[in-house]
Design a protein around this ligand. Structure first.
Ligand code: F6R
Length: 614
């Protein structure tokens, strides 16, 4: 949700900022802009509707000089995506320029106050109000920029990561965060600002993760100064980025999404590395071993997440109940946080998030913490807000996920949930030893089984071409593969804009069956499992209504294959591991349907990665 980038140093800022915007474009791509302070002390702002490429074209022939600057790629919240609403926003005097990721909730009230003070506004954004508040307090209390930002932050309610620069003041860049992510990179005589590490990693590996409610003063030739909103000085903690540049590039693939789908054997390997012992067939999860008493005494596990991460959480429910005998309740974070849920101090909350910045998941986590629950996070982005706010947890180590549609994040989340369920189940004695070892053994084989499915990409591409006509899709699954059906439907709709619904297969009779006719494609996730016979009946019911069936089946399948129009085979595996395999063809199917239809799969319309607003 909006990417922000900043630079202060001895190089020309523009190319660094533009490169940074390209890397952050996955966070929002409806408009983009840049503000630069040139050698004469002029503050130039250029902004335009559309992608970063449009901004580059727009800036041709303009004065883009300057060694300090800020830039922004937007996902609109207040005001439609157009040139005027794009960031950076000038203050009234045009002495200040601000970029902002987040939402100022009391902007309407502040705007009214400022209008009474004679301020006028060009845009419909909350961000313009924000910069005007900073200018207002700066003048009223005769403060320098750092003081003014600190003071202004006591007026605003909401979420923000901001960067601000001032005309005739080329040595200062001020930044602050509350709720939205912000990282400062420390180079040699230069500083970088980013919503994440991607615009920074090429230049330096030394970063400071800015904490919530902290304000940063970046000054040429000085150490970074940080204070919090209580005016306490914070000692900056410099961390080393483990990210590699190649991880955030397409590496020869036409899209990040396809690269990330094909990376899954590797990402699962990284996820299991050091945690699954190949020799002993054991799972070793530090977070679980250190907190096993918490799990032993847990009254319940609550899982909360959004979107794809919520689908992974649904699989978690099946896993924890089967192998740990702990009751699990799972809910989307946006409902959980506002529902006044009953939370006990002996509950364990598991928030699941790729980005670690999802606003609703963070809020749900805060609520559980206030009620004394233990928070065990599953997160991909190291150092993210969710990762930092948990009591313990397990990183998925999927590597950066840049395609907006989540793929490798999902399969690594499921892998972490499997490892957790096995580790807890073993400690609690709720899983049979033989079963435990069989599943661990099979888990080790999963990356090579994924490779076999990826080899079928051309076959899946051909199937996808048949179905680009469709306006609706139905996805059906049972048991562990019901969440896979939901995930398959989400993947298709978000990148191809074809309406798709996921359903528990047996539930079809209670309504959706009315939709089935000879036009309707129905994707049935039907690997050979306990409920196989039942799903065969569901497939027959679809066929009797002339639906066109694409089935995901286990190699050597006979029954479903007799009836389905198209079958994609996946290797046989343990039941609880099937979601990792069955989700892969569905990712490929949605990718190919969308690309054949000419859609931008990495940046689908209206979406953005990392939903930092509720
Ligand atoms: C779908 C997708 C979203 C995210 C959701 C949660 O492909 O990417 O549904 O899964 O916005 O995001 P995280 O996992 O970052 O909390």
């Amino acid at each position: 949700m909006c990417g922000i980038v900043g630079y202060l140093g001895n190089k020309e800022a523009f190319p660094i900022l533009i490169k940074g915007l390209h890397r952050l474009e996955y966070r929002g791509y409806d408009s983009a802009g840049v503000a630069l302070l040139n050698a004469s002390g002029e503050l130039n702002v250029y902004k335009t509707k559309g992608k970063v490429k449009n901004l580059e074209d727009y800036c041709k022939g303009k004065d883009i000089s300057g060694t300090v600057g800020i830039a922004h790629t937007r996902w609109a919240t207040h005001g439609e995506p157009n040139d005027v609403n794009a960031h950076p926003h000038y203050s009234q005097s045009e002495n200040l320029a601000l970029i902002h990721n987040g939402i100022i909730e009391n902007y309407a009230t502040l705007k009214e106050l400022l209008i009474r003070e004679g301020y006028t506004f060009k845009s419909e954004t909350d961000t313009e109000v924000f910069v005007q508040v900073i200018e207002y307090v700066k003048k009223k209390f005769n403060l320098d920029l750092y003081g003014a930002v600190n003071r202004a932050l006591t007026y605003v309610i909401g979420a923000y990561a901001i960067g601000i620069i001032e005309k005739n003041n080329p040595n200062i860049l001020i930044a602050a965060r509350k709720g939205s992510p912000l990282i400062v990179g420390i180079g040699k005589d230069e500083f970088f600002l980013g919503s994440d590490a991607s615009p920074i990693v090429e230049f330096t590996k030394n970063v400071i993760y800015i904490g919530d409610e902290e304000v940063v003063k970046i000054e040429r030739g000085q150490q970074v100064v940080i204070n919090n909103l209580k005016d306490e000085i914070i000692t900056p903690e410099v961390s080393q980025l483990e990210l590699d540049l190649s991880e955030i590039e397409k590496g020869g693939f036409p899209h990040f999404m396809l690269k990330e789908i094909f990376e899954q054997p590797k990402s699962l390997g990284m996820c299991m590395n050091g945690r699954v012992s190949f020799d002993e067939l054991e799972i070793k999860l530090r977070g679980i071993t250190d907190n096993i008493d918490r799990f032993r005494k847990a009254r319940r596990i609550l899982i909360t997440a959004c979107g794809t991460s919520w689908h992974a959480g649904l699989i978690g429910k099946y896993l924890f109940e089967e192998f740990c005998h702990i009751p699990v309740s799972i809910e989307v974070a946006s409902e959980f946080r506002y529902r006044k849920p009953v939370i006990y101090s002996d509950d364990i909350l598991i928030p699941i998030s790729q980005s670690g910045e999802t606003a609703d998941t963070l809020a749900a986590m805060d609520l559980a913490r206030q009620n004394g629950a233990f928070i065990y996070g599953i997160c991909n982005v190291v150092g993210s807000s969710i990762a930092r706010g948990t009591d313990s947890g397990t990183y998925t180590h999927a590597g950066p996920e840049i395609g907006v549609a989540s793929t490798k994040a999902f399969t690594t989340q499921v892998t972490v949930l499997i490892m957790m369920a096995l580790a807890i189940g073993k400690e609690l004695g709720t899983i049979n030893h033989e079963k435990y070892h069989e599943i661990v053994k099979e888990l080790i084989n999963i990356p090579s089984k994924i490779k076999l499915i990826l080899d079928k990409a051309p076959e899946i591409e051909n199937i996808s071409k048949v179905f680009t006509y469709a306006k609706n899709f139905l996805y059906l699954g049972r048991g562990y593969n019901y969440p896979v059906a939901l995930e398959g439907a989400l993947k298709l709709k978000e990148i191809s804009y074809i309406h798709a619904e996921g359903y528990p297969a047996a539930e079809m009779k209670h309504g959706p069956i009315a939709l089935i006719d000879e036009e309707m494609p129905i994707v049935v996730v039907a690997p050979k499992l306990d409920l196989y016979d039942k799903i065969v009946s569901n497939v027959q019911e679809v066929k009797a209504r002339k639906g066109r069936i694409i089935a995901i089946v286990t190699e050597g399948d006979i029954e479903v294959s007799k009836v389905a129009d198209y079958c994609i085979e996946v290797p046989d595996t343990e039941e609880c591991l099937t979601p990792i395999l069955t989700s892969i063809p569905l990712q490929l199917l949605s990718y190919y349907v969308a690309t054949v239809k000419g859609k931008n799969v990495d940046q689908p319309r209206n979406l953005a990665k990392s939903v930092t607003v509720e």
